[in-house]
Design a protein around this ligand. Structure first.
Ligand SMILES: CC(C)(COP(=O)(O)OP(=O)(O)OC[C@H]1O[C@@H](n2cnc3c(N)ncnc32)[C@H](O)[C@@H]1OP(=O)(O)O)[C@@H](O)C(=O)NCCC(=O)NCCS
Length: 166
């Protein structure tokens, strides 16, 4: 998958260990998210997330991505191609830099992603948000995602599953 086509506006590339400091700064500015989805981010949790895979998936299908406006990292996305089935893409994590939030950037990124995936024959995107997080729920609903009715319990919170048909 050529991820540079994920956005018409921003540079998109796979990020790695050398980018952790910058990602950590972006994530650390989003306290509300970690209130609903503890524990608070660490450099190690980012490194772990970069390698984490859902069941039966290979590293090949995983894209831990940075979105750049010039040199500035403005968003991070953990993207899995073909999960839970071949025609479905899965967003494990999506976060924009707090300094650029509420200006439409997140919605633009998702809009461009949807049209790119649709052009590539994908049928839907799945994701989850932590039940009760007003920012996440509002954002995904506004961007055409609807609850599937499934929820996943963890020790600390409940995840609401949602999807958008492309
Ligand atoms: C959710 C997130 C990605 C949105 O990014 P963004 O660049 O601000 O996106 P947009 O500007 O396109 O839209 C933001 C919307 O959220 C709304 N919003 C922001 N804070 C909110 C809050 N506390 N409660 C309810 N809605 C909120 C804004 O009003 C806006 O909606 P509107 O256009 O209807 O007014 C960003 O807030 C973020 O990174 N949050 C932390 C991580 C997170 O929750 N990720 C999603 C779950 S994986």
């Amino acid at each position: 998958m050529d991820v540079s086509r994920f956005s018409n506006r921003y540079l998109v590339r796979r990020v790695g260990e050398n980018d952790i400091e910058e990602i950590y700064a972006l994530c650390g500015g989003n306290e509300l998210y970690y209130k609903f989805c503890p524990p608070f981010v660490t450099r190690q949790s980012i490194a772990d997330d970069m390698k984490a895979l859902p069941p039966n998936k290979e590293a090949f299908d995983k894209y831990y991505l940075g979105y750049y406006d010039g040199d500035k990292l403005i968003a991070v996305m953990d993207f899995i191609m073909g999960f839970p089935d071949e025609k479905t893409a899965f967003i494990g994590f999506f976060m924009t830099d707090a300094s650029v939030q509420n200006t439409g950037i997140g919605s633009r990124i998702i809009r461009d992603l949807c049209s790119c995936l649709r052009d590539n024959g994908l049928a839907r995107i799945r994701l989850g948000w932590v039940k009760g997080n007003p920012q996440a729920g509002h954002f995904w609903r506004k961007n055409g995602f609807a609850e599937t009715g499934e929820t996943y319990g963890t020790d600390n919170y409940t995840v609401v599953a949602a999807q958008r048909v492309l």
